[in-house]
Design a protein around this ligand. Sequence first.
Ligand SMILES: NC(=O)c1ccc[n+]([C@@H]2O[C@H](COP(=O)([O-])OP(=O)(O)OC[C@H]3O[C@@H](n4cnc5c(N)ncnc54)[C@H](OP(=O)(O)O)[C@@H]3O)[C@@H](O)[C@H]2O)c1
Length: 235
Amino acid sequence: MDLQGQHVVVLGGTSGIGLATATAAARRGATVTVASSRSTSVDKALAVLPAGATGRLADLGRPGEVRALFDDLGEIDHLVYTAGEPLDLMPVATLDLAAARDFFTLRYFGALSAVQAARVRRSITLTTGVAKDRPGAGWAVAASICGAVQALTKALAVELAPVRVNAVSPGVVRSPLWSRMGEDERERMYRDIGGHIPAGRVGEVEDIAEAYLFCMTQSFATGTVITVDGGSVLA
Ligand SMILES: NC(=O)c1ccc[n+]([C@@H]2O[C@H](COP(=O)([O-])OP(=O)(O)OC[C@H]3O[C@@H](n4cnc5c(N)ncnc54)[C@H](OP(=O)(O)O)[C@@H]3O)[C@@H](O)[C@H]2O)c1
């Protein structure tokens, strides 16, 4: 129970990777708070999280809501940021610059505003992705967001020390992030990608949660980006 007595706040913790991380942290003894923008997701998450977890509503794209959330929470031990929305492919020739800018709101500026507002005692773990390492055509904006979060992680590790700041970089993971796709198309995508990477399958949210747990529980890693992608950057 290496997180016993520690308060872990997972922004985006009502679904997918964040929910798996919140669950794993609670099982290791943490007091867990999850937050996201829809009350239905908060309620669904609280129904499956271990007893004692609490949920908050906040649109993390709105700095005022982020500030109010942390004013209310006070000092916390660990901040985890997994909030994100599906990114559309945006070929440069046709992309809408306003939409491209908008995509930075939640994943980059949301994370930055949370880091600014939170009073964190021990660690911060952000979320990037392998799009920055091995982008396909149409991924210029997604790759840029991931690259920006990676750079932010390293800069924060220097500026906020002794608080440790790390990031997790998942490959494709079976999660509700892909729920806009039809089931057949989604399963085909998981099979196709899984069949072409060394691990032979796409990730499960629990695979990725382990990396966030590592970032919270060990005491020496800071400024590190942990890739958990089944080897997809090598494929
Ligand atoms: N799944 C993958 O294959 C994959 C791969 C690489 C990187 N990632 C990254 O990992 C992160 C987590 O992904 P996931 O698969 O766990 O996605 P997910 O299951 O869709 O979870 C996303 C979470 O973000 C919350 N959220 C969305 N908009 C929000 C807003 N405006 N304010 C507050 N919360 C908001 C959602 O809750 P509400 O809807 O209630 O707001 C939900 O809790 C994302 O940044 C994603 O880009 C995922």
